[in-house]
Design a protein around this ligand. Sequence first.
Ligand SMILES: *Cc1c(COP(=O)(O)O)cnc(C)c1O
Length: 462
Amino acid sequence: MDSTTRRSWAEPFKIKMVEPIRVMSRAERERAIGEAGFNTFLLKSDDVYIDLLTDSGTSAMSDYQWAGMMLGDEAYAGSRNFYHLEEAVRKYYGYKYIVPTHQGRAAEHILSRIAIKPGDYVPGNMYFTTTRLHQELAGGTFEDVIIDEAHDPTSVHPFKGNVDLDKLESLIKRVGPERIPYVSLAATVNMAGGQPISLANMRAVRELTNRYGIRVILDAARAVENAYFIQQRETGYAETPVATILREMCGYTDGCTMSAKKDPLVNIGGFLALNDPELFEEARNLIVVYEGLHTYGGLAGRDMEAMARGIEEAVNDDSIRARVGQVEYLGNQLLAADAPIVTPIGGHAVYLDARRFYPQLKQDEFPAQMLAAQLYLDSGVRSMERGIVSAGRDPETGEHHYPKLELVRLAIPRRVYTQSHMDVVAESVAEVYRQRRDVRGLRMTFEPKYLRFFQARFEPLG
Ligand SMILES: *Cc1c(COP(=O)(O)O)cnc(C)c1O
């Protein structure tokens, strides 16, 4: 190690502006979670102490990004910030054509509309809530082709995001390649616990799909975090910059949907990137119906500038190391406290295994929903359910999906909280784990039709 190499994951930045937060009393938290129907999505942010609901759009921008906000070119058409964004995507992701969108699901919507026909199948390495819904609304059926290890919270497979090539090929043989518009590849896989896919696996998926003439579309929201895991875990990449790995990953795909509220460090924004000029032409046409002109897609010029600059900052090796390092720090605190979490520790979040917290609860008593509420009650830390509520219902049968994973996600916003905040979170999880035996479940009292986890309401049983 030479003298210029940093020894720890300590953040490669210092704090220039702060925002006060406060802890409420236990009585105030009891009132707040009751009013929120035991759903952390329905809490007011003012009632939250440390907010680990999501890492989506909650990052702190840099002085360089804020400076870029002042350079917004708010022309209706052809804003210079669009060209900066296009240049950044071409340079760091390597795709040819892009349309900006207001966030990730808008890109998923456009892609699903132009690529999926009723009766099609879309294989993917585990579902994501909004991704699958847009595939279904376009008439497609999502098929999970992730390796079995991904569904086991205790498996320590280094690449739990990998595609099971046999599952993928047997689907292709069963329904025929013409009914598979693309393979939907997520890096990292959020619902599996922020787990990465390996380059070797991506290469193999590319080879297999090439044989059948099937496209591969990347969900690139956290592809930089995935690239970091490849650098750390995949043989032969220890010395390769994350930016180089990212380009290789994207090179095995035909395009991506992006929620820029994740890796690219902005509070709002996204894009759809494609290499096929014909498909791009269709996307560019539909974007004016749903988002805005193809050179702003629902965003202000200043937002596109912040995104272009965030993309550049996100691939810096020291930055991504500090980002994932902080998540690992929290995860290791929890492992030391014997709290049951998904291993390996994810890239953007630590996931608590609610089944092992509350073995006394049946899955339709919503153990993860209750665990998120208990954590809030204990300390004002806000987290999110990623279990049966998030999984929703089967559109055919109307029954709950019963996912193997019943998790609570502690997602860490980028560049927002300190190591001592992580210590507070770890102490609170340990306390909630100590009190696990007396906890009863929940009953759902209100269920929205789509993406129910956002707005559903619950009541304690008994
Ligand atoms: C957040 C997210 C999306 C959806 O993006 P939004 O910006 O929230 O609309 C899609 N895929 C993954 C993996 C995500 O994390």
